[in-house]
Design a protein around this ligand. Structure first.
Ligand SMILES: Cc1cc2nc3c(=O)[nH]c(=O)nc-3n(C[C@H](O)[C@H](O)[C@H](O)COP(=O)(O)OP(=O)(O)OC[C@H]3O[C@@H](n4cnc5c(N)ncnc54)[C@H](O)[C@@H]3O)c2cc1C
Length: 476
């Protein structure tokens, strides 16, 4: 993976730039010691690392604005950072960039239960948004598996999803407004505590823009009343394809579970060793959860089980208690950690039409054999959001490159069957150079023109999202 050469001029001016940032921020909010800045050298895509010029930790929108004014005047690149859990290298710095971390922006600004919204600073973690409203019987729906750590800032930038987004939608469906600091430090409000805003859908543009258009410091989020109840069923199958066909049939039948999660044998085995959730010995399993009153749950599960039975499941386990529900979810929730314990892996993230699941799962198996690299699958099957985990050995020369090539082929397959390069993890550096497999030069030129408007000096989150060759001439 190639990164642009850092600006010698910026590197040479490090002490002046640090001094200017220190002048606009409280003591201790600028980190420039090379040992301390190593904390920011990568995100959760740990294959790529580069320490930044320095890092800043502002504690208010006004301080973010002051930082951006300095960086805009100096022409210094800025890499916004939430909790650094991006799996696409979205928060990876360049050597000449300032990391702008929002970890100190954690306040709840307002919680309005009559109008069902909460307004927070964006450094707040995803899970603690629900934590702030649950006593009143509410929750925030998007639930990335990283929700204990990841920040609302990163969720907005990546348009993150999660297991329960099949029913409630992803971040963009639950975001009502933002306060954003523009590249030159100007503060703007987009959307707000109301259903829709007039004019162009700028909020739709900001959500998922991966830190390319501005620094989001505050967010108004939709909160929902907690459902009366929820119940999962676990269904095991003797092949990935059959499990995929079952998902497709449930969706085709018009049933809308809150979650349909998929795990294949390598992942089931790893999570059993790690979490001992009591999963069956099978090739693939689905966890399907429905919500509502007891009567609604019974009705939906009966329809789902009827469909599942037409696919000859090897195991069918309906939860009958809170403890059994927790056990069913335990393995799924620890799947990424479990895989990380046994192997280096690269987690892909592509979407496909649900009806293509059987074909794509079969092709991934074939490609895995062709490349000689193992692949585990654990993903949000209900909305066709695939997460193949390619297993490789980071210490074996050539393995990372082989892994990248297999990843590119799998994501290309997703595009070829009518899907998309990313469902929820974003493009970052990981898929930057694959963008041409989805977009024509004209498509890319339009996206670059949008960035030109928001970021005329091209200082925001460099070397991400767009193929490097398309952006080389844009930064002066
Ligand atoms: C174990 C594990 C499980 C995961 N599971 C899921 C999952 O189920 N669903 C899912 O969607 N993702 C998942 N992820 C990926 C990741 O957690 C999400 O992309 C998350 O939204 C990133 O949030 P963050 O705060 O860590 O952002 P970071 O990693 O810090 O940054 C992500 C992007 O946001 C930009 N950004 C950060 N702050 C701002 C800001 N204030 N303004 C503008 N741009 C900003 C960054 O520049 C970067 O491009 C998982 C990651 C891990 C490690």
């Amino acid at each position: 993976m190639q990164m642009p050469k850092p600006s010698e001029q910026i590197l040479a001016r490090k002490s002046q730039i640090v001094a200017r940032l220190q002048a606009v921020l409280p003591k201790g909010a600028v980190i420039h010691d090379p040992i301390q800045t190593r904390v920011y050298e990568c995100d959760a895509l740990t294959a790529y690392k580069c320490p930044p010029l320095c890092a800043v930790l502002p504690a208010s929108t006004a301080e973010v604005s002051a930082v951006m004014k300095v960086c805009f005047e100096e022409g210094v690149p800025v890499v916004p950072r939430g909790a650094g859990t991006s799996l696409a290298g979205g928060a990876l710095p360049t050597a000449d960039s300032v990391i702008l971390g929002v970890a100190r922006l954690t306040d709840v600004i307002d919680a309005d239960y009559d109008n069902r919204f909460i307004q927070v600073q964006t450094g707040r973690t995803n899970l603690s948004v629900t934590g702030a409203v649950e006593e009143e019987g509410f929750f925030y729906a998007p639930d990335p598996s990283s929700q204990l750590a990841c920040a609302i800032a990163g969720n907005i930038a990546m348009n993150s999803g999660g297991a329960h987004c099949l029913k409630y939608g992803v971040t963009t469906n639950n975001l009502m407004g933002v306060t954003m600091v523009m590249a030159d430090g100007e503060v703007v409000e987009i959307g707000g505590a109301h259903l829709d805003a007039g004019g162009l859908d700028l909020l739709g543009l900001i959500c998922g823009s991966e830190g390319q258009l501005g620094i989001v410091t505050e967010a108004t989020l939709r909160i929902l009343a907690k459902p009366e109840g929820a119940r999962p069923v676990l269904v095991g199958f003797d092949s990935n394809e059959v499990a995929g066909a079952c998902v497709s049939d449930i969706i085709k039948a018009g049933i809308l579970p809150v979650a349909i999660e998929f795990m294949d044998r390598p992942v089931i085995r790893a999570t059993e060793d790690f979490a001992k959730a009591g999963y069956p010995d099978c090739e693939a399993l689905l966890i399907i959860e429905v919500e509502g009153s007891d009567a609604e749950i019974d009705d939906q599960l009966a329809r789902i089980i009827k469909i599942a039975k037409t696919h000859n499941p090897v195991e069918l386990r309906e939860s009958t208690s809170a403890a059994e529900s927790a056990a069913i979810w335990l393995g799924r929730k620890s799947a990424f950690g479990a895989m990380g314990q046994i192997n280096d892996y690269m987690c892909l993230d592509g979407t496909i039409p649900v009806s293509e699941l059987p074909f794509v799962l079969r092709r991934i198996g074939e490609m895995s054999a062709e490349y000689g690299l193992g692949v585990g699958n654990v993903f949000h099957a209900g909305d066709g959001n695939m997460h193949p985990l390619i297993l490789f050995d980071a210490n074996k020369p050539g393995d990372l490159e082989k892994c990248e090539a297999l990843g590119a082929d799998i994501l290309t397959l997703c595009v070829e069957v009518g899907g998309c390069l990313t469902g929820e993890h974003g493009v970052g550096v990981e898929k930057r150079d694959l963008m041409r497999r989805q977009y024509t030069d004209e498509d890319l030129e339009i996206q670059l023109a949008v960035k030109d408007v928001f970021d005329p000096k091209w200082i925001l989150n460099p070397a991400k999202v767009f193929p490097l060759s398309t952006t080389e001439t844009r930064r002066g």
